[in-house]
Design a protein around this ligand. Structure first.
Ligand code: ADP
Ligand code: MG
Ligand code: MG
Length: 915
């Protein structure tokens, strides 16, 4: 191949390949889009002088080209560019690719912009064949090592490039079964116990299997091997598990992957060699300790595969102090350089350390907060950066339940502690045992909680993992696939629980050394913080932050996690400009929201106040009344309840603003549907069963969402808003007399024309004036409207003339804007998502292109009429970080969300302000 090179043009001027050698690289860490995360960081590590084996990166543009040109490559790539880049490695190391005496071997590694652990394929020891293996054996003086490399290479190549896979899920991996057969024959259990002759026999058996099953010979030519491996890496971008992973993590397909070709270093040369992975801080708790695992005489994925149990990094400190020292320096160096917690992969070849990968480490929410806080205190990053380091949703992990310690202690004293594994993903989870993703899905569909229990997880399991509350594995370490993915998903995980003996066929698991057998569907509890696996259910309890803030059962000074949380929240409040309110309609809810940092109530849904006890009877009486007189009487019964409700709410909120929405839902929602209930109601209010039934039937609507509801109710029955306004203003007057200033914000729902708002406002003002005269005190109040009908958004200039504020009701605005009922969308949205029709569920995260555009237009028009028009948003979207960012940039004044989302919203608002 090299002979023809001179005649062929290099790839038309465009740079597709970026080389790196220790001390210098053509790329750097900023070039992730082009070089992928792995390639960019290999280049960066080379640039800062860390020991990186030389290599080169085929950029993501090769991948894009490959898919744009029916899986072909830019002209000249294999003829010129790759041989040139290989030559640089050859020069650096003084070895030649394919040389029978002293062959250069390479790894071929995928690496996209975002890390996708284990999703795509890596091939090691490429360049070995029947001739070069002898050269390697001779050079290294270690034939066993050479054949071990060859065995691994043929296996990986056969699997990844030649696609020799298990026939179906019942069959085992063809290579693994050959390997097991030989081990059995030999009477050993570990690969490391196989000798050269065994390995030679295994290699032949592998090749024979490849030929038999694929009809193709294993390629001996290293250049053919290289081309095959590169093709497989680009091909793996679109394998099924990569696609599933991308979907779950919102990684677009057009990014493509880069491909790294790198000189091999060998961790499998014997007892002075090894390989490992580590985090520069604890990825589960965030603690500033070096955290990692390694295996001596091992290569590649051996550490994470879970077949041999790796050793803790502190053991390396005793076993190889020099190497540990060097590694620890690199740890500090990398943290200083990247100013973040890093995840590293290293290999020791005959007592020499090499760095093979580094990337910003994935971490739990708890660790994210702790690391951001610590690094800020250490001066590595500033407050703004610290805030940007915490994903708002990660705060959930601090607000989520943990096991009730008493319950747990009792379970343990009852002998229900089954086993203890590695505490790979913190938190508490209880659910039914599922041995497969499919089972987990079934359990979820039945509305129950699932715990996925696997011998070890593979990328095929990610869907099941995402459905499960927790994940339990028999094998694998802290950095195993299960552990990594679980932490990223924020799932509870106990890994490497060797005492389990799982049998998928029988659908059961035994606990070694006992006669306990657990079946699929049995309930089990996992403590991901301690690694304990407990039989049966255990009650959960509130976490530290909730105990301090809500329950007040823990003192702040005794709550270190709360202290960090509190500091981070204070930073967030300092930087954000968007206000955060809560959706609440009960005083306790409002109080809780205030402890979480709510600055007001953005939405009080008054309909929730009409349920329960005697109120619902009065409400029903009001609805069923057939003349104004009767209706008035029923409303008078309701008035004191409403006034008390508002009084409680105002009191809980102090001087913070409270937005109260007038009655919105269609009236039939308050009425009983069953005959027995109707009968009972009729008796209670002294009406005939048939009259009640007829009245209920008359209220039936074909499409209640678009029927008699919202401001229409008040326009038809002005006495309803009149009663509500009276209750609001009376409560405000009482509060005012008690010496507090409260400005109620009365909000009219479902307005689509300014006239509707004007008519309703007239009622509001008339009643308010009358109440203030009666009470002989004046209170300030605002009258505004929801913008939740597209017509209102489009005519906001007019509507603003009659409104003191707008609140975007994004639930209805989304439903009406898309012509899609949220409650029915479960049938089709999953399919929609498969077709990428919406990038996100539009009921969870605002459809910014469409509904967002309505909001922007409305905000602009409204403010052009009234420059100080107050704008807020009160749909479910108010707690969604992406929507919050949108609100910040649109100039909305506040978002409103449920109490538990408030910390998340505060952080999201700060991050939006920092930008
Ligand atoms: P992943 O993207 O799944 O992390 P990698 O490309 O990092 O896959 O490859 C997996 C493992 O293979 C690495 O952690 C490392 O142990 C091993 N490996 C990759 N390249 C080399 C190399 N050039 N020399 C020695 N080992 C390598
Ligand atoms: Mg890989
Ligand atoms: Mg890796």
């Amino acid at each position: 191949m090299p002979t023809s090179r001179l005649n062929i043009q290099a790839t038309s001027g465009k740079q597709y390949i970026y080389s790196f050698t220790e001390g210098g690289a053509e790329g750097d860490a900023t070039m992730k889009n082009l070089l992928g995360g792995k390639g960019a960081n290999l280049a960066e590590m080379a640039n800062i002088g860390l020991p990186v084996p030389p290599g080169f990166t085929l950029s993501t543009e090769v991948c894009t080209y490959y898919y744009d040109h029916s899986q072909t490559y830019p002209e000249g790539l294999f003829e010129q560019d790759i041989p040139d880049a290989l030559e640089k490695i050859e020069t650096a190391l003084g070895k030649k690719f394919g040389d029978p005496e002293d062959p250069l071997l390479v790894s071929v590694r995928s690496g996209a912009r975002a890390s996708m652990p284990g999703m795509m394929d890596t091939i090691l020891n490429l360049g070995l064949n029947d001739t070069t293996v002898e050269g390697l054996a001779h050079r290294s003086g270690n034939p066993r090592f050479a054949w071990d490399c060859y065995r691994r290479f043929v296996q990986m190549y056969g699997d990844v490039v030649m696609d020799l896979k298990p026939q179906d899920s019942k069959h085992s991996d063809p290579f693994e079964s050959i390997l097991d057969e030989h081990k059995k024959k030999k009477g050993c259990s570990l690969d490391t116990q196989l000798d050269t002759d065994d390995l030679k026999a295994i290699v032949s058996a592998f090749k024979a299997a490849i030929l038999e099953r694929t009809g193709q010979e294993f390629p001996e030519d290293p250049h053919v091997q290289l081309q095959g491996a590169i093709g497989a890496v680009f091909g793996s971008w679109n394998n099924e598990r990569a696609i599933v992973y991308r979907k779950l993590n919102h990684i677009p397909g057009y990014w493509g992957t880069a491909c790294n070709v790198q000189a091999m270093v060998f961790g499998n040369m014997g007892d002075r060699s090894g390989t490992g992975v580590a985090f520069t801080r604890d990825a589960a708790t965030g603690e500033n300790i070096f955290y990692g695992e390694y295996l001596m005489n091992a290569q590649g994925e051996d550490v994470v595969a879970g077949t041999r149990t790796p050793l803790k990094i502190r053991h390396l400190q005793e076993e190889k102090p020099d190497i540990y020292q060097q590694l620890d320096c690199i740890r500090t160096r990398l943290e200083q350089h990247y100013r973040d917690m890093m995840d590293i992969e290293f290999t020791i070849e005959n007592d020499r350390l090499f760095m093979l990968q580094c990337r910003v480490g994935k971490r739990t929410g708890l660790a994210a907060i702790r690391i951001a806080y610590d690094m800020c205190k250490e001066g590595l990053i500033d407050e703004k950066e610290a805030l940007l380091r915490i994903e708002p949703d990660q705060l959930n992990q601090l607000l989520r339940p943990v096991f009730d310690q008493k319950e747990k202690d009792r379970a343990i004293s009852e002998g229900r502690l089954l086993a203890t594994g590695l505490n790979a993903g913190p938190g508490a989870a209880t659910g039914s045992i599922c041995f497969s993703a499919r089972q987990a899905q079934e359990v979820k569909e039945r509305g129950q909680l699932a715990i996925l229990v696997r011998i070890e997880t593979s990328p095929e399991d990610i869907e099941g993992m995402s459905l499960a509350e927790g994940i339990l594995t028999e094998r694998g370490g802290m950095t195993s696939h299960a552990a990594l993915v679980a932490r990223q998903m924020g799932k509870v995980c106990v890994a490497g629980c060797g005492e389990l003996d799982i049998d998928y066929q029988k659908g059961e698991m035994r606990i070694e050394g006992t006669d306990i057998v657990l079946k699929e569907g049995d309930s089990i509890s996992l403590d991901g913080t301690t690694g304990e696996v407990i039989q049966g259910e255990i009650k959960t309890r509130n976490p530290e932050v909730i105990e301090v803030l809500a329950d007040k059962t823990l003192k702040p000074e005794d709550a270190p996690t709360w202290q960090i949380f509190d500091q981070v929240m204070q930073w967030a409040d300092h930087y954000r400009t968007l206000k955060v309110r809560t959706n609440a309609d009960q005083p306790e809810q409002a109080e809780l929201a205030v402890t979480f940092g709510a600055e007001g109530i953005g939405l009080c849904r008054t309909e929730h106040m009409f349920f329960g006890g005697q109120r619902i009877d009065a409400m029903r009486e009001m609805i069923l009344a057939d003349d104004i007189g009767d209706r008035q009487k029923a409303l008078e019964k309701l008035l004191p309840y409403q006034r008390d409700d508002f009084y409680g709410l105002f009191k809980a909120m102090g001087s913070r603003p409270v937005t109260i929405r007038l009655l919105d839902p269609p009236l039939h929602e308050f009425l009983p549907q069953e005959d027995a209930e109707i009968e009972a109601l009729a008796k209670k209010i002294g009406m005939a069963f048939h009259d009640v039934k007829t009245r209920i039937d008359n209220l039936h609507e074909f499409n209640p969402m678009l029927g008699l509801r919202g401001c229409r109710l008040g326009i038809l029955h002005p006495e309803i808003p009149a009663m509500q306004v009276r209750a609001i203003i009376e409560a405000a007057c009482i509060i005012k007399k008690e010496g507090h200033d409260i400005i109620p914000e009365i909000m009219v729902p479902l307005v689509s024309t300014v006239r509707e708002l004007e008519l309703t406002s007239e009622i509001i003002h008339k009643v308010a004036r009358r109440v203030m005269a009666e009470q002989e005190i004046g209170v300030t109040y605002l009258v505004g409207t929801m913008i939740e009908v597209p017509r209102a958004a489009l005519t906001s200039g007019d509507i603003a003339k009659a409104a003191d504020f707008f609140s975007y009701g994004t639930n209805d605005l989304t439903q009406m804007g898309l012509g899609m009922s949220r409650d029915d969308s479960g049938q089709f949205l999953p399919v929609y998502q498969n077709y990428d029709i919406f990038p996100h569920n539009p009921f969870e995260s605002l459809d910014q292109e469409g509904i967002g555009r309505l909001i922007k237009l409305s905000a602009k028009e409204g403010r052009s009429v009234k420059s100080d028009l107050k704008l807020g948003i009160c749909g479910e979207h108010g707690g969604d970080p992406a929507t919050i960012e949108f609100c910040h940039t649109t100039g909305i004044n506040y978002v409103s969300c449920s109490p538990f989302r408030i910390p998340i919203a505060r952080l999201a608002a700060a991050r939006a302000a920092i930008g």
